[in-house]
Design a protein around this ligand. Sequence first.
Ligand code: ASP
Length: 573
Amino acid sequence: MSWRDLHCGDLRRDDIGRRVTVAGWADTRRDHGGLVFVDLRDHTGKVQLVVNPERAPDASAVAHEVRNEFVLQAVGEVVARAPEAVNPNLATGEVEIQVETLRILSRSTPLPFQVDDENVEETIRLRYRWLDLRGERMQRNLRLGHAAVAGIRKTMDELGFVDVWTPSMTRGTPEGARDFLVPVRLQPGRFFALAQSPQLFKQLCMVGGIDRYYQIATCWRDEDLRADRQFEFRQLDLELAFVERQEVLDVMEAAVVGAFEAVGREPPRRPFPHLRYDEAMARYGSDKPDLRFGLEIQDATAATRGAAFGVFATAPCVRYLVVPKAISRSEHARLEALAKEWGAKGLAQLSQVSKFLSEDELAALAVPEGSSALFVADAEEVVAHVLGLLRLHLARELDLIPGTDVFHWVVDFPLFKHDEETGDWTFMHHPFTAPMPGQEEWDESSPAGVRGQHYDLVWNGWELGSGSIRIHDVEVQERVFRTMGMPDEEARSKFGFLLDALAMGAPPHGGFAMGIERFVAQLAGEPDIRQIVAFPKVSSGSDPLTGAPTPMPPHVLAESGIAAIAQEDPATA
Ligand code: ASP
């Protein structure tokens, strides 16, 4: 006996007259005083079962016991629905099954929520994720993710990439986050780090002659959880030997197009446009600008140098946004409060400052009649940050964002940035990114002007991933470590294996990594990646389903050679 002949969503007019066995979940049950209707559901859709007490008294008795989410098997004939009962919203809506036998395969306790109810608090959805997964949204998203990854794998295979598995438990791979640590029973007091990415292993694959590596790699990063971040996530991780930047970008564009084609969507036009980092920061105030709309930031630094308004004349940078409407006093107050939250000292309106500007200065600002201008005067980074956020805020508020897709590259990042907390220089991407050709030597105490061969991929303002051409010269690698304040001995003790490998015939190489969940969330039109992940964690870092993380009994900790500073009682937590 087989459990079913076909899926619930498969039945059509052509099946009328067939005797079929179907199985699935009771989506709804309606008792019409004798006649019982059950919508039977599986991942393909729903089909209506009709149980008539006169024709099938046993099945009818069973049908009365059925509650939502019971698992049922039904045998019966496919019949046409009466014309007035045809449901045009259902693929199977022209037919129904006249049930002969009905079996309950599995029962359900009363439900915490109905499958497909959209008004359920997320923690509850995640606590009972198996119910949530049965709903249309998660079925669609997980299957979309599957198809996208299948399309990516196919493309990588066609392009000659080799899928190489690399370790999760390793020495820390510096990608700018904290590591998750794994204690080691056999060596108490020592820890593995969970790989923040396979970065160094993929580079070693290049030194090892693999030539083209890829992996759908799981990465672990101990960072605060956000809409686009979970502790663990997957990347399309790739690396190529003997490669220039453009070739890496071409491969990534092909992978994106492969995924779009695999899910049956019109792919974005290639090549994706390039935007230089400096330009992105100046015009959009972000290194991952949303280019679906204009609202570009304008510069007024030169135009206001001679202004009679002290703040404008002396600030290192004065920039503004032209907003295509008049802004009332109260709206301005609200926007200024936001700007202050984001770090500005103030947000000036043209009407407030125009009296301090000469006619030429005003003309240079080119603010059309009926529009307003909002100014921030401060250090360049503050101005970019605040106007970048304001640009996004206004675009949403004024409904300026069209439903198109824009993919683009951001290129030519600085190699180093200043770490405000430690006062040291640190890497912009990671310490293995190569400087631009011709910039291999720099003053290690002031590397601000050095550019890196680093590039990011952005889709509608979401950073999908980053990559770079890598350093394959030991001396340059050591110089980067020293610039970051890491003496040669420390670099040798932490990254001796990499330095050794680079010293034993490392080919020029480069690569990229794209976040799979971010990509699929965008494909699915979801606002956060939790809707793409089968079993995600909530923002506190907990898993509502299993209750993890949990405290551990002292003997388990002792076995791993660790002691918890503070912990709840494992028996009651
Ligand atoms: N390892 C980098 C990351 O995870 C990507 C790369 O440079 O290839 O962001």
